[in-house]
Design a protein around this ligand. Structure first.
Ligand SMILES: Cc1ncc(COP(=O)(O)O)c(C=O)c1O
Length: 363
């Protein structure tokens, strides 16, 4: 189960897409960067897209090197360490297929996720014929994990893949460098890969330089341009890893996975250096507003570093239904094992005002 509005839901409610606000998918509240439509209009639809996404990977490398003191110190970022995908979802599936699918020995055919978290990791592992176990964060501990326990679990279970979402969906918890490195180390000890899903990193205020983790040859970073630049319908993501890992994953990817419109839009987005700082600012402002107002209404709002909020409403399904009838779609968190919560994606402030009003009247 994912966020996003399905036409079938709208039909059942007699609503039109233009009548509703989607708080269930968490993407940049600014919409796609200026120039995206113009660039897409220039695309030759009669030609195949570049299967290697060369220009896009060059632009990703250039942007990351400008952003990261660590990368500059490590001598840059080779294009061989970047793989673009049809959204980061495709890359999650490639990872599962490349590193979990038989003929690996059954003992090595397992993965671990730090939960509650994004459902696609478990789905991809099961599709690859592997088992996945979960180490659940405790709510009383603010949804943080016990890293010593995680390391012990990794030592005993010896998973081939460890999935960590940072900041985490749906809790918004953002781990410190030392915590992530402890996991990287434990995973390395058992010969496994740590997959760090950074789909929401673009919205964290002043994050640590996670690109420093590329010094580890068992770490894969996943990024979502779908979310960073609100290219949700186009589908665009990339991963960063050692050249050896990237080559192995690339062999599992069908040609032309990233279409020409997405590649053209991605280039424009990456050229707009001011976009993400503006998006972060808009997210921070609306997140603060929603946190204050919903808390004032008596809901428990968990602190979040990301562009969504986990809100304890008592009965997530009932609130989803109630708000949906008013054209406001939020994510019921039952599938995360949190049936008393909803997840609210940060939208522009004016939309958040409507949500607060509806939740005030619905109480
Ligand atoms: C944690 C996480 N990772 C990855 C994705 C997939 O994003 P994309 O649109 O890049 O496939 C999502 C989408 O909801 C997500 O929540």
């Amino acid at each position: 189960m994912h966020g996003g509005i399905r036409p079938a839901d709208l039909r059942a409610l007699g609503l039109r897409p233009e009548d509703v606000l989607d708080f269930s998918a968490s993407v940049s509240p600014l919409g796609p960067p200026a120039g995206v439509w113009e660039a897409m209009r220039r695309v030759d639809l009669t030609a195949y897209p570049d299967p290697a996404c060369l220009e896009l990977r060059e632009a990703i490398a250039a942007r990351l090197i400008r952003q990261s003191p660590c990368l500059a110190g490590q001598g840059g970022l080779s294009l061989d360490c970047i793989l673009a995908g049809n959204g980061s979802t495709e890359l999650i599936h490639l990872l599962a297929r490349a590193f979990l699918t038989p003929p690996l020995k059954p003992a090595h055919n397992s993965a671990l996720q730090l939960g509650p978290t994004y459902g696609e990791y478990a789905g991809a592992c099961r599709l690859a014929g592997a088992s996945i176990s979960a180490l659940e964060a405790r709510r009383e501990a603010g949804f943080s994990w016990d890293m010593e326990q995680a390391a012990e679990h990794i030592d005993s279970q010896r998973p081939s893949l460890v999935f960590l979402c940072n900041p985490n969906n749906p809790t918004g918890v953002f781990l410190a460098q030392s915590e992530v490195e402890a996991l990287a180390q434990a995973t390395q000890r058992v010969g496994g890969l740590l997959v760090l899903d950074e789909a929401y990193l673009g919205f964290v205020d002043q994050p640590w330089d996670t690109l420093s983790l590329l010094a580890w040859d068992n770490v894969v970073l996943l990024r979502s341009m779908t979310k960073d630049y609100a290219l949700t319908g186009l589908r665009l993501g990339y991963l960063l890893a050692s050249a050896k890992l990237t080559a192995r994953l690339s062999a599992f990817q069908p040609d032309w996975s990233v279409n020409a419109l997405a590649q053209a839009a991605g280039l424009v987005a990456l050229a707009d250096a001011g976009y993400l700082p503006r998006a972060r600012q808009a997210v921070a402002q609306a997140r603060e507003y929603l946190t204050e107002e919903l808390t004032h209404l008596g809901f428990r709002v968990y602190p979040s570093a990301a562009n969504f909020l986990l809100v304890d409403v008592g009965d997530g399904a009932a609130w989803r239904e109630r708000l949906m009838r008013r054209g406001l779609f939020v994510r019921d968190c039952a599938s995360f094992g949190l049936p008393d919560c909803i997840r609210v994606g940060i939208r522009p402030l004016a939309d958040c005002l409507r949500l607060v009003q509806a939740m005030g009247e619905g109480r």
